[in-house]
Unconditional design. Structure first.
Length: 149
């Protein structure tokens, strides 16, 4: 896929504002037909440029503990990141430069669940050398509408 153009970015911005907006509403905002918007959204989602999803507050759904875990690895980082990605509790994985080799965000039902995840499963992954768990005390802001510059 070619890089998104200004119209693609305008469609993305509309969907970031309201992911449930009707194609007709988006079409009016960006100056295209409803069919053209539908086709562009399909192309953008098929190419994984964007996804349309519900953003939730995990605490409202029974997940009492969220944390960011900084991980230092030995050897290659990619296999560790891949193994972490397969864990159900892991919602975000990035390979980084700096203090940690990999950062993962996790959502757990309780402190005991988080302890089991870190101690029994994450630390058991080959290549995980150290973990540093940063527990979230309060979700201050969560947004997927950061714009399309």
């Amino acid at each position: 896929m070619t890089e998104p153009d200004s119209i693609d970015k305008a469609i993305i911005a509309e969907l970031q504002h309201d992911g449930r907006a009707a194609y007709a509403t988006i079409a009016a905002a960006v100056g295209l037909s409803e069919t053209a918007v539908r086709n562009r959204v399909k192309r953008l989602t098929d190419a994984r440029v964007m996804q349309i999803a519900a953003v939730t507050d995990p605490t409202q759904l029974g997940f009492a503990r969220q944390a960011m875990i900084g991980i230092r690895t030995s050897g290659r980082m990619e296999p560790v990141a891949e193994a972490l990605s397969s864990l159900d509790e892991v919602v975000y994985v990035v390979i980084t430069a700096g203090t940690y080799d990999v950062l993962v965000e996790v959502v757990c039902e309780s402190d005991a669940h988080l302890l089991e995840l870190v101690s029994d499963r994450i630390r058991a992954i080959e290549g995980v050398r150290e973990t540093d768990t940063l527990m979230y005390l309060k979700l201050q802001q969560q947004s997927s509408a950061w714009g399309v510059r």
